[in-house]
Design a protein around this ligand. Structure first.
Ligand code: GLU
Length: 231
């Protein structure tokens, strides 16, 4: 189990969960992992920690539902996959959280909502109201209205903006790799893991390669960008 954070230092946490944790290579839901995660989060909530989840996986689940697991998708196809996959994603989270007696709420955001002041403030009020009632907001990008020019595309930077919006103490980006390596560990056997990075330098940025999976748009580049936003 992940260790519960120090309650005084970490009162409000945003946890971003990558597609490859929620969905396996064949596009099926990783139910056991989600159940374990829901148990950990419910435990933290019972300790008084407020949690916002940013969960990817809509496109990956929609791909499977539409029979397009390995296809390279054009933007409208990706949007259609996200629209089909989003209810499946929420349902997949709802089951393990209901077993823990924790209620969820769905929030879909686009860059307009995080960059426009009025929309930002309204969204912030919604988050505060939900958190005050011990409800966990589950956030994703509103992929239907996102355009090529105006979309986050990756949930790493979206999660960082959400962390700012809710004045979170901590942002956690969970992925299927343990962290940043000096080069891609899947292709370079001599890659070294960097457990702590205190300053994001050009050298650090150069270590991040492109996203390694067709299930997600993120990767280390967007995680470093998210860290910069959060910083
Ligand atoms: N919004 C996308 C989804 O739910 C995830 C984007 C990303 O890979 O970060 O599939």
């Amino acid at each position: 189990m992940i260790q519960p954070p120090d309650r005084n230092a970490l009162r409000r946490i945003v946890i971003k969960i990558g597609s490859s944790l929620v969905v396996d290579e064949l596009g099926a839901i990783r139910a056991a992992w989600m159940q374990a995660m829901a148990q950990d989060i419910a435990h933290w909530c019972a300790e008084g920690v407020e949690i916002v989840l940013v969960s990817s996986g809509a496109v990956a689940l929609g791909r499977r539902a539409l029979g397009m697991v390995d296809k390279t998708l054009a933007l409208p196809e990706k949007q259609a996959a996200a629209a089909c996959g989003q209810p499946l994603l929420i349902q997949a989270w709802q089951q393990p959280f209901a077993a823990q007696d924790v209620m969820l709420a769905q929030i879909l955001l686009s860059p307009r909502d995080t960059e426009d002041r009025r929309a930002y403030l309204n969204a912030r009020n919604t988050f505060s109201t939900l958190l005050a009632q011990h409800i966990i907001p589950v956030v994703n990008e509103n992929d239907t209205t996102a355009t090529a020019e105006l979309r986050y595309g990756d949930n790493d930077r979206l999660a960082a903006r959400v962390a700012q919006m809710v004045s979170a103490d901590t942002l956690i980006l969970l992925s299927d790799v343990p962290g940043l390596y000096t080069s891609n560990p899947r292709t370079h056997s001599d890659a070294t893991h960097l457990p702590i990075i205190t300053h994001i330098t050009p050298e650090i940025e150069a270590m991040a390669g492109p996203a390694a999976s067709h299930r997600s748009n993120g990767g280390m580049v967007t995680k470093i960008q998210a860290a910069k936003i959060a910083h």
